[in-house]
Design a protein around this ligand. Structure first.
Ligand code: M6R
Length: 604
């Protein structure tokens, strides 16, 4: 998640580039830059926001009429001036901006260095500049087409060459790009909001399409450089709708971004045979000889840690503990040099989480962070970091951060098992590779039904979420989602606990969301649900598709795709997020900014 803009025309490029970048700042904001061509290529870039770039440019004379720009959300390499885009090749003849992740960048980088190329940043993007340089023989379009054949991963790329003045060459694979069509000028953007003030006529590039954009023409080709006929699409969205890509709220957009977010998170971290490739992120010596694993986190990230604890307990014999960071801070810290402390935080800035981490670190614990924000305090203070590649999460309610945290935890658990016992978990990883597609199918199959079901919650005061084992950990996240945005009181219960108190609250029509994905616990859960049924509770049941017939207990049954039981939480959470979202909508709540809450809790 970053933003790309480009301009070719008769006017100065800089005003469009800057305005376009401001419109895309919500997609990434740790550094920004532009490159303009005016006889020579000049790059202006800086760590920080677009306002910082503007200040930098205030003292410069920018007159080029062709240029590219980028606002970054770091994935590879910390936010810094040298990691900001655009990136030159060795000669300064080419400049490149890129969104997405080049999965095979390490191999390419080594190969290019061996061939004599000189790298100035830690980014995956820079391999693109050098690869295009390698293939460049005077025709930019051909060079880009040849270079991208060597790339694996997702990318939207724009390239500008000093030797090919008057044209931009851009390409898209799994990362959006649109070309805005103007009068004697054309525009490029990764996202429609950037160009809406200039034109509403666009070509939406499809995967594998390459475009050559000039002042008076836009030609679109396939990968083999056959010219394609494109249809002009007229954008009818208003600017706010465009920022949310047509979704009513950021939360809904982010729920729908989960297939891509999970795909990006696992990309490049395992091969097609299910082998893990994460040793570079988590060095062996970080985990060698550990005698205990502790998790700390808050809120949704804490619920992810409950998942992590459960999976690790299946795989390791050492004790696995999890604590709310705010509790950990005020109890006797029992960590030492052989403790692996796994700290989970979307923002990497949560005060309690950082405070707890520092206490454990002071006792010698080895810290492995899972965070979404490159360069965050957590990422800087941890001994090792595994980033979720979810992109910026704007809605206060965490959605894609959670599912990507689970994906990371699944890989970490598998890695630890491999390191400790030498045993691989190939079937689990193979099943993980299918999760993005399965989340897509859950949304497709059930969103509408959940929207309808949510109307039942219009006047609800309470809802109960029941599960056993791993389903109980998921139920915790389900209840938090519902209560934080719809203000309905939610409570998660381990199925067996019901009769120890809460059953007293189950009366006619009380909504009960039941999770039934853990094969060995199904019979026990069904008994618990019968207790609910007998008291008139209304059960929305989430189960894997081939695990049985539950029509006698479920009032509404949602069947989810079959997956490895340790991965079921990545699917069950999606309907619970959707339900919370639509319940909040029917109750007229501000979904993205729920009352009293903030996205990042940087005070204790
Ligand atoms: O940035 P963090 O992951 O450390 O934030 C922790 C919690 O504040 C956060 O998960 C919060 O519970 C969610 N916004 C709830 O959806």
């Amino acid at each position: 998640m970053c933003g790309i803009v480009g301009y070719v025309g008769s006017q100065q490029a800089a005003p469009f580039l800057l305005q376009g970048l401001k419109k895309l700042e919500y997609r990434g904001y740790d550094s920004a830059g532009i490159c303009e061509l005016n006889g020579t290529l000049r790059i202006h870039k800086t760590r920080g926001r677009i306002a910082d770039l503007e200040s930098l440019l205030a003292t410069e004379k920018i007159v080029g009429t062709i240029g590219i720009g980028h606002t970054r959300w770091a994935t590879h390499g910390s936010p810094s001036d040298h990691n900001a885009h655009p990136h030159f090749d060795c000669t300064g003849n080419l400049a490149v901006v890129h969104n997405g992740i080049i999965e095979n960048y390490q191999g390419l980088r080594q190969q290019l260095i061996a061939e004599g190329h000189c790298f100035l940043s830690e980014t995956d993007t820079e391999v693109v500049s050098h690869l295009v340089e390698k293939h460049y023989q005077g025709d930019l379009l051909t060079a880009v087409a040849q270079a991208i054949v060597e790339l694996k991963g997702s990318f939207a790329i724009a390239v500008l060459a000093k030797d090919s003045p008057g044209e931009l060459v851009v390409v898209r694979q799994d990362s959006p790009l649109v070309v805005g069509l103007g009068n004697q000028e054309n525009y490029l953007a990764s996202d429609i909001p950037a160009i809406l003030d200039y034109t509403r006529n666009v070509y939406i590039l499809e995967d594998g399409e390459i475009a050559r954009i000039k002042e008076n023409s836009v030609d679109v080709f396939d990968m083999k450089l056959n010219l394609l006929e494109k249809t002009v699409f007229e954008v009818k969205w208003d600017p706010i709708q465009a920022e949310k890509e047509g979704y009513a709220d950021f939360m809904l957009k982010e729920i729908h971004e989960q297939p891509k977010a999970v795909r990006d998170t696992i990309a490049g971290r395992m091969d097609e045979h299910g082998n893990l490739l994460i040793e570079r992120e988590i060095p062996r010596n970080l985990v060698a000889g550990i005698t205990k694993v502790q998790f700390i986190a808050c809120g949704t990230a804490y619920h992810a840690s409950l998942y992590g604890k459960h999976v690790l307990e299946e795989f390791l014999d050492v004790p696995i503990e999890t604590d709310l960071a705010s509790e950990y801070r005020y109890k006797r810290v029992k960590a030492d040099q052989n403790t692996l402390l796994i700290v989970i935080s979307q923002s990497g800035e949560t005060a309690d989480t950082l405070g707890a981490m520092r206490l454990a670190k002071a006792k010698g614990a080895r810290v492995l962070a899972i965070t979404n924000v490159v360069g965050s305090t957590l990422s800087r203070e941890a001994d090792a970091v595994m980033y979720t590649h979810a992109g910026p999460e704007i809605a206060v309610a965490s959605t894609k951060a959670y599912t990507t945290q689970l994906a990371c935890l699944c890989m970490i658990a598998t890695y630890l098992k491999e390191q400790v016992s030498g045993e691989k978990e190939i079937t689990l990883l193979q099943a993980l590779a299918n999760i993005p597609e399965q989340i897509e199918s859950v949304l497709l199959a059930h969103e509408h039904r959940l929207e309808k079901y949510a109307r039942r919650l219009l006047h609800a005061t309470d809802a109960f979420f029941l599960g056993r084992g791993l389903d109980y950990a998921s139920a915790m996240e389900g209840q938090l989602k519902l209560k934080e945005i719809s203000y309905i009181h939610g409570e998660a219960l381990a199925g067996g606990e019901l009769k120890h108190g809460t059953l007293a609250l189950i009366v006619a029509e009380v909504p009960v969301i039941a999770l039934l994905t853990q094969e060995t616990l199904i019979d026990k859960m069904v008994s618990n649900l019968k207790e609910v049924k007998a008291r008139g509770g209304n059960i929305l049941l989430l189960a894997q598709s081939n695990s049985g017939d539950f029509s006698d207990v479920g009032d509404e049954i949602l069947l989810l795709p079959q997956t490895h039981c340790l991965l079921a939480p990545l699917l069950t959470v999606v309907p619970m997020q959707v339900l919370a979202y639509y319940a909040a909508k029917v109750r007229n709540c501000d979904v993205d900014k729920p009352r009293n809450l903030a996205k990042s809790v940087t005070v204790e």
